[in-house]
Design a binder for this molecule. Structure first.
Ligand SMILES: Cc1cc2nc3c(=O)[nH]c(=O)nc-3n(C[C@H](O)[C@H](O)[C@H](O)COP(=O)(O)OP(=O)(O)OC[C@H]3O[C@@H](n4cnc5c(N)ncnc54)[C@H](O)[C@@H]3O)c2cc1C
Length: 427
């Protein structure tokens, strides 16, 4: 039987306010059972509890164990793919609705943080999508046209303006989105858990749902030491789905993303390196992100996996080398923290809503853009459980489809990014 896992060491785990809940040790009933304590499940639970429904969240490990406690913390608008790809995949009706909902996602995230007084280093200072090459610039230019045609109001910065905001001579341009910002993601998800508990939701940690059985109009979710009986269920397990419903993980490709955090920079260094604390990611095939935390640590990340106890020295070497390229004046900094997490890529890089059985829904495949979507869709799913017709949600119900050649594609991302990081000195 799978035992609960502690959240791996990370900068976020070292600095977030704590949240702890007991395991489920009883047979209980609920109006809605939520499996998984991340942004999606907890935003849903919070809204349900505030609207008088009895919501129970059952988390296999700890709140924030999944992507929600490990991510970069870029609270961005929209999705990672270009807006027109969203319209193409979903059609004009759902496509425009999803686009507009997610364009407003940073507002929803920061409003939620403010409303519940969540301590999570929330800085709505804007984010930068950076271009290193002419190809990257062309991509940003196209993205800017598509975003601004829909009223996003993002700005294209030239090389000099980009250098002023990043402190780095390495980039040729950037898109600046002033509606976005950064958060301490584990702080946010734990804050949601505290707010949901205060509103009356019951949260259980270290309680993996091992099976779901239908009993009349209800579902019975069994854990090692208890069970929850509820007529409605949200499966909010996303990239950490495991084998509870074996078809769910086959709909996404697991892609790992690692991060290193340096020792805090000096006040003098912080005057030039990301002086306004913008969160950044780039438009390269193998993405790199950089940002600061409140203590002034520089955090660099990219695609790849840091294995527990494994040798990730080549990724550490890559991180040091890139920091040198981005900031030639910066002396070699100790890397105090390292961690990684698993992203669930859907085939079209758009989240998918599935009706698994009567009364049981899931949303999966945020494809690396889950702070805004997890917040917005979690809150929408609560509306659905409260009686809003499912057709009013900004995502259509789609069929669960296994991704063809999934294992091969997983290997392609994993080995391709390893190769890229091993050969970084060439680029
Ligand atoms: C390294 C990394 C960097 C990222 N960077 C960003 C970023 O900068 N900006 C952004 O917007 N998005 C980012 N993302 C994506 C974002 O973090 C995720 O999309 C989001 O956290 C998903 O939230 P969730 O609540 O749907 O799922 P998760 O947070 O993954 O939660 C799922 C939970 O389900 C639990 N679970 C699984 N099975 C069971 C079971 N049988 N019983 C009970 N519980 C179970 C797991 O333990 C887990 O806690 C990143 C993701 C990663 C991994």
């Amino acid at each position: 039987m799978a035992t609960a896992k502690p959240l791996p060491g990370s900068l976020w785990a070292a600095t977030a306010e704590s949240f702890q809940a007991e395991p489920l040790r009883a047979h209980t009933r609920a109006d809605v059972l939520i499996v998984g304590g991340g942004f999606t499940g907890l935003n849903c639970a919070l809204q349900l509890a505030e609207n008088g429904l009895d919501a129970v969240v059952v988390e296999a490990n700890q709140v924030g164990y999944g992507g929600s406690g490990r991510n970069v913390g870029l609270a961005n608008a929209g999705l990672w793919v270009q807006p027109e790809e969203v319209i193409e995949s979903l059609g004009p009706d759902y496509g425009e609705r999803l686009y507009q909902e997610l364009a407003a996602a940073p507002e929803r995230v920061y409003q939620t943080i403010a409303r519940y007084g969540i301590e999570c280093e929330a800085d709505r200072v804007g984010t930068l999508q950076l271009a290193r090459s002419r190809k990257g610039l062309a991509y940003l230019d196209e993205r800017l046209q598509q975003l601004n045609a829909r009223g996003a109001g993002v700005l294209l910065l030239d090389e000099k303006e980009t250098q002023a905001l990043t402190g780095s001579p390495y980039y040729r341009g950037a898109i600046l989105d002033n509606s976005a910002g950064t958060i301490q993601p584990l702080g946010y998800v734990r804050g949601l858990a505290r707010a949901a508990s205060a509103a009356g939701a019951r949260i259980y940690e270290r309680s993996r749902v091992l099976k779901l059985d239908k009993a009349g109009a209800n579902w019975i979710a069994s854990t090692a030491h208890g069970s929850v009986t509820a007529p409605k269920v949200l499966i909010a397990t996303n990239g950490y789905s495991g084998d509870l419903i074996p078809a769910i993980p086959t709909t996404t490709i697991p892609v790992n993303y690692f991060q290193f955090a340096t020792a805090p920079l000096s006040p003098a260094q912080l005057r030039t390196i990301l002086p306004q604390k913008h969160g950044c990611w780039d438009a390269e095939l193998v993405m790199t992100s950089i940002r600061l935390d409140r203590a002034g640590r520089l955090i660099i990340g990219s695609v790849g996996r840091i294995e527990d106890g494994g040798d990730s020295s080549f990724l550490g070497n890559w991180a040091q080398c890139m920091l040198q390229k981005f900031y030639p004046e910066l002396p070699k900094m100790p890397l105090d923290y390292r961690w990684s997490g698993q992203i669930a890529y859907s085939d079209d890089h758009i989240p998918h809503l599935h009706m698994l059985a009567p009364g049981m829904v899931t949303v999966v495949g945020y494809s690396g853009r889950g702070i805004g979507p997890g917040t917005v869709l979690g809150q929408w799913l609560a509306q659905y459980f409260l009686g809003t017709p499912i057709q009013e949600l900004p995502l259509p119900i789609s069929e669960l489809k296994a991704i063809p050649l999934r294992k091969l594609r997983e290997l392609y991302y994993a080995r391709g990014s390893d190769l890229y990081h091993l050969s970084h000195r060439l680029f």
